[in-house]
Write a protein that binds this ligand. Structure first.
Ligand code: ADP
Ligand code: MG
Length: 271
């Protein structure tokens, strides 16, 4: 599989109270097309700093970050901004939606920033939201939506411009357990179906079984990389090799995840 994102000895050094701190210390990692990576580790281990550098929001002190073969560290500020808008999608906690824009406008914002807001892309935004179960919520403001619905809007916004790399920072922090599982399942399904490179920072180890790879950080370094289902399950404490069953264990009344429909997969692949 093609490597979409690669870091080479990427390092970020901050001036702390008692000297220099290597918040991220010579990290090498690679993420393939269609691979969903969970980035975990204790507070202060460098996860946010790492994600900010991958998002081209923060410049490394040393090392290289290559996305689609292009080295972010050699770009000017303006080039990085343009690159970020086109190639990178983000989801943050639900409250990162623009509060005075509707669900549809929040998704269209990404297209507008890229100068790609036209009739066809607007239709695609509506379609994506509808298939995420928000067809009757297009014109609601974020505060008129539940936490889970807001998270789905954020997922749509991160993916609407077909970015190569999709980054999520604690996307489940504001959700209850069931909605958290649904949001991550949805996110993982989209990464796989659309063949993106996805990285999710989370402190909630119950979410890691949805990932293909789990990268653990400690003191700015990668302390382990898990790829076997058994190792990932052990980390999650589920004691099983499967991804967590979010539907199987409950009644049939639960709505079917709209992402499982072939129509969605087809819709998402239309540029
Ligand atoms: P995490 O997201 O895993 O909690 P961070 O990336 O936020 O970790 O922080 C990693 C380390 O870098 C911590 O020791 C933190 O205190 C330090 N750090 C983060 N941002 C700054 C900054 N702007 N200035 C100085 N130190 C920072
Ligand atoms: Mg953090």
């Amino acid at each position: 599989m093609r490597v979409v994102l690669e870091t080479q000895a990427v390092t970020k050094t901050y001036q702390g109270g008692s000297g220099l701190i290597n918040a991220v210390d010579a990290v090498a990692l690679s993420v393939h097309e269609g691979e969903f990576v969970a980035l975990v580790g204790p507070s202060g281990s460098g996860k946010t700093t790492m994600l900010a550098m991958l998002a081209a929001l923060l410049k490394p002190t040393a090392g290289a970050i290559l996305i689609d073969g292009q080295d972010l560290s050699t770009m000017s500020e303006a080039q990085r901004t343009a690159f970020r808008r086109e190639k990178i999608g983000f989801t943050f906690q639900a409250n990162n939606l623009v509060p005075f824009l509707t669900a549809l406008e929040n998704v269209e914002l990404m297209l507008r920033l890229n100068g790609k807001l036209d009739k066809a892309s607007q239709a695609r935004a509506r379609d994506l939201l509808a298939r995420l179960g928000l067809g009757d919520r297009l014109h609601n403001l974020p505060r008129q939506l539940s936490g889970g619905q807001q998270q789905r809007v954020a997922i749509a916004r991160a993916l609407i411009h077909n970015p190569q790399v999709v980054l999520a920072d604690e996307p489940t922090a504001s959700l209850d357990t069931e909605r958290a599982f649904q949001a991550v399942e949805t996110f993982a399904a989209l990464i796989h179906e659309q063949r993106r490179a996805g990285i999710m920072v989370t402190h909630d180890l119950r979410m890691v079984p949805y990932a293909d790879t789990v990268i653990q950080m400690l003191d700015g370094k990668v302390s382990s990389v898990l790829t076997s289902r058994a190792d990932i399950a052990a980390l999650a404490g589920t004691g099983r090799g499967d991804r967590p069953p979010t539907r199987d264990i409950t009644s049939e009344a639960r709505p079917v995840n709209p992402l499982r429909t072939p129509e969605l997969a087809a819709a998402l692949n239309v540029v």
